[in-house]
Design a protein around this ligand. Sequence first.
Ligand code: NI
Length: 266
Amino acid sequence: MEEIKQKHMVVDSHAHLTLPQFDKDRRTVIERARKTGLEHIITVGLGVEDCRKALMVAEEYDFISVAVGVHPHDTKTIDEKAYSVLKDLTSHEKVVAIGEIGLDFYRNLSPREIQVEHFRKQLHLAREVSLPVIIHDRDAHHEVVTILREEQAETIGGVIHCFSGDWSMAEACLDLGFYLSIPGTITFRDSGPYQDLVKKLPLNRLLVETDCPFLTPRPFRGKRNEPAHVCYVAQTLARLKQMDVSEVAEITTHNAQKIFNIVLPY
Ligand code: NI
């Protein structure tokens, strides 16, 4: 794989810098991302405590922003107090989105009806505080689109993170004004059908992400993922789109800037 020789303006739209996988070398990882050319990282909250931790990490760096929310896996632990805490956290200047929220009908770590209830409630919170949403959808494409339509999510806006739907889901999400975020799985040798789909998606509606420490792209598959590796996603996207990687970096960065309303230093 082609080496990254030059700095590109890339935004990792979805990282989990708070997770224990980074406890030993978090600063090194963040500084390495910066050196590799990352313009910005959105570190995404998984629950109330994790969001607090994310803010502590972000406060130290001007190129890290935060999404606050409760992951579908953890919706069974939400109480009413959680909503007032989340709402308070949204007034922090580092918070740019509500996320990650959504449905995970693959692992079902919270009962489905509880996931649905808190997906809707967090969409309401996003509308109330005028922030875009970062959506997690695993094996729940139909339900996610239905809820987004019912909740008029086109008036909220946001990103489908690790987009894994088919063409009709992509169209539905694009119709709602949503952006689709592409993870490291796009680099895998066995991702042919996914690459064919992504090829057809409009670049002005795509973001790139790592979802680190998970979903490590080639050539590091199997190891811990980190924000610096988002460059490999941008490279693969460039190859699929037959464009220069710097152009892909520029457009996806512009998209991230627009949706999250982040100010970049250039
Ligand atoms: Ni995530």
